[in-house]
Design a protein around this ligand. Structure first.
Ligand code: NAD
Length: 508
C-alpha cells in the first residue's frame, strides 16, 4: 500500500502526540506510525457517534440493508487490495487471507438480506384475547463499542460492526494497532457504500486507555480477544449495567474416532490447526486418537506437516505465513520450549524459522506432553498441535472436555458415531470431519463459546438482535374495562377463573 493511501486512511483519526510504530511481521520492517488516541478523544468520538445515530436509526431498515449489499459488491471488487493489506499487517498466507475475506464478504450479504425481516415488528399473543393486542419492536441500543483483536481484523470487524449498523446503531470501534489499516480500509469502503461517515468511527491506541474509555461511554460492547481482557471488559460493563458479548479464547480438541481414515484425519488437522499459523480462536490445539492408531497417525501427520510450505508470498504458492509479531514468537516458542524441557517429544517442526523472516515458526506436532507443561491447559495461539492417545471413547470425551475453555471442537470419523460423540462435547460448535470451517462458514449459525470462551453469540439473527432492546406495545380495546378497585376484582373473579381455564386450552 502506498504512503499516500495510508495517509488517506489514517486521516480519519484525530491528530495525536503519541504514535505507535507498526511493523510488517513478514520482514520486521516499519509500515507506518499509527496515532494513539487519548481518553478524551474517544469520549468525543462516542458523543459524535450518538448524534449520527439519531439520524441513522431513522433511516428505513431497507435503506440500511441496501448499503450493506452495496458494501458486499464493493468488498468483492476490492478483494485483491484487501488480501494485500491483510497479508501486510498479519503476515498470514494468501490462502488464509482469502478465507478471511470470504467470511467478511458473506457477513455483508447476510445482514444485507435478513435485517429487515429480523427487526420487523412482531405480533405476540395477547393476554386478554380480542380485548388486548401486543406487539414487539426492536430498538437500536444506541452507540455500540466494538473491540477487535489483530488476528482476523477484517472478518471480526464485519461480523460485529455490520449487524450493529444494520440494527440502526452507530459504532465506535477500537482496532488493534497491528491491523488498524485493514479496519480503516473496510470503514472507508463502507462509507463508499452509503454508511454515514460518523455512524462508524475507528479509534486506535493503548488497549486499556482506549478500551476503558469505550466501555465507560457506549451503550453496548462487542468484545473479541483474550479471556483475560474479556473478563476486565465484562466487569466494567457490569458496573454500568450495559450489555456485552464476549468472544474469547479456546483450547479446541479434536477426537479421531477408531475406524476413521487416518490420512483424511491428518489433512483435517493441517487446516484445522495451522490456518493463519494457528492464530485463530477456533483452531484445533489438541488431538485425541485411539492408542492403537497413535503411532501410525503421528507418522502420517508428521510427514504431511513437514510437506507444508512456510514462507512469504503474495500469491497462493505458500501454505503458512508468519506469526503476528515478536510477542507471538515469544509466546509460541516459550510454550514449546517448556513442554520439551519437561520431556515432550516434537515429531514435526518445533522451531523458529529466522531464515524466512523474523517471526516465522514451523508448524509443529508434539506428543507425550506432561500434564505439568504450560501448553496443556493454556491457549498456545500458534501453529502447534498436541496429539494424545485414548483407550476408550469415554476417556476421549472426558479429556476433550477437561478444559476451562469451550469454544470449538471437532470429531473425525463415521458421521453417525461422530454425531453421537458431538452430543457430549462442551463447546459452542462441534465440527464433524472438519476442523472449524463447516460451522464457522455458516452465517446463519450462532458462533461463540461456553465456559471461559465467552458469552453471547455472533452470527445468525441473534447476532443482530443482541444490538437491540425490545419494546413491547400493549393496546387495550376501548370496550375493555379492567378492574381498578378491590370490589371490581371480586366481581370479575369468577369470570377470570373461567377465562384462565379456557386460556390453558387455547394458548401455547
Ligand atoms: P487481547 O485481549 O490482548 O486484545 C484484544 C483487543 O482488546 C485489542 O484491540 C486490545 O488492544 C484490546 N484491549 C487490551 N486491553 C484492553 C482493556 N483493558 N479493555 C478493553 N480492551 C482492551 O487479545 P489478542 O491477543 O489481540 O487476540 C488474541 C485472543 O483473541 C486469543 O485469545 C483468541 O483466541 C481471541 N480471539 C477470539 C475470537 C472469538 O471469536 N472467540 C476471535 C479472534 C480472537
Amino acid at each position: 500500500m502506498s504512503e499516500t493511501s495510508i495517509a488517506t486512511l489514517i486521516a480519519h483519526l484525530p491528530s495525536t502526540e503519541a504514535a505507535a510504530t507498526v511493523l510488517n511481521p513478514s520482514n520486521g520492517r516499519k509500515i507506518f506510525d499509527l496515532p494513539q488516541l487519548q481518553e478524551h478523544q474517544v469520549v468525543a468520538a462516542v458523543k459524535n457517534a450518538k448524534t449520527a445515530q439519531d439520524d441513522w436509526s431513522q433511516t428505513p431498515v431497507y435503506t440500511r440493508e441496501r448499503a450493506l449489499l452495496r458494501l458486499h459488491d464493493i468488498l468483492l471488487a476490492n478483494e485483491e487490495k484487501l488480501l494485500d493489506l491483510l497479508q501486510l499487517e498479519t503476515g498470514k498466507s494468501r490462502a488464509h487471507a482469502f478465507e478471511e475475506t470470504a467470511g467478511a464478504i458473506s457477513a455483508a450479504a447476510y445482514y444485507g438480506k435478513i435485517s429487515g425481516k429480523t427487526l420487523a415488528r412482531k405480533r405476540t399473543k395477547a393476554g386478554v384475547p380480542l380485548l388486548t393486542k401486543t406487539y414487539v419492536d426492536h430498538i437500536p441500543v444506541g452507540v455500540v463499542g466494538v473491540i477487535t483483536p489483530w488476528n482476523y481484523p477484517l472478518a471480526l470487524t464485519m461480523l460485529d460492526v455490520l449487524p450493529a449498523l444494520a440494527a440502526g446503531n452507530a459504532v465506535v470501534q477500537k482496532a488493534d494497532n497491528q491491523t488498524a489499516l485493514t479496519v480503516l480500509f473496510a470503514r472507508h469502503l463502507a462509507v463508499e457504500a452509503g454508511i454515514p461517515e460518523d455512524a462508524w468511527t475507528v479509534v486506535t491506541g493503548d488497549g486499556a486507555t482506549v478500551g476503558n474509555a469505550i466501555v465507560d461511554n457506549v451503550d453496548y460492547v462487542a468484545f473479541t480477544g483474550s479471556t483475560e481482557t474479556g473478563r476486565k471488559v465484562a466487569q466494567r460493563a457490569a458496573g454500568r449495567l450495559i450489555g456485552c458479548s464476549l468472544e474469547l479464547g479456546g483450547k479446541n480438541p479434536m477426537i479421531v474416532l477408531e475406524g476413521a481414515n487416518l490420512k483424511r484425519a491428518a489433512e483435517i488437522v493441517l487446516s484445522g490447526a495451522f490456518s493463519s499459523a494457528g492464530q485463530l480462536c477456533v483452531s484445533i490445539e489438541r488431538v485425541y486418537v485411539a492408542n492403537s492408531d497413535k503411532a501410525k497417525f503421528l507418522e502420517i501427520l508428521a510427514a504431511k506437516t513437514q510437506e507444508l510450505k512456510v514462507g512469504k508470498s503474495n500469491d497462493f504458492s505458500v501454505d503458512i505465513g508468519s506469526l503476528g509479531g515478536y510477542n507471538q514468537l515469544q509466546r509460541v516458542s516459550g510454550f514449546i520450549n517448556d513442554a520439551v524441557a519437561q520431556g515432550a517429544e516434537v515429531v514435526a517442526g518445533g522451531k523458529a524459522l529466522p531464515e524466512i523472516g523474523p517471526y516465522f515458526y514451523a508448524p509443529t506436532v508434539i506428543t507425550d506432553v506432561p500434564e505439568t507443561a504450560r501448553m496443556v491447559r493454556r491457549e498456545v495461539f500458534g501453529p502447534v498441535v498436541n496429539v494424545e492417545g485414548y483407550d476408550s471413547i469415554d476417556e476421549a470425551i472426558e479429556k476433550a472436555n477437561d478444559s476451562d475453555f469451550g469454544l470449538n471442537a471437532s470429531v473425525v470419523g463415521p458421521v453417525k458415531s461422530a454425531k453421537e460423540v458431538a452430543r457430549y462435547l462442551h463447546a459452542g460448535s462441534v465440527n464433524i470431519n472438519e476442523g472449524f470451517r463447516a460451522s464457522f462458514a455458516s452465517m446463519q449459525s450462532p458462533m461463540g463459546g461456553t465456559k471461559t470462551s465467552g458469552q453471547g453469540r455472533r452470527n445468525g439473527p441473534g447476532g443482530l438482535l443482541r444490538f437491540t432492546e425490545t419494546k413491547v406495545i400493549g393496546i387495550a380495546s376501548t370496550a375493555l374495562r379492567l378492574p381498578s378497585r378491590a370490589k371490581d376484582y371480586e366481581k370479575m373473579a369468577p369470570l377470570m377463573r373461567v377465562l384462565l381455564k379456557v386460556l390453558r386450552r387455547i394458548t401455547l
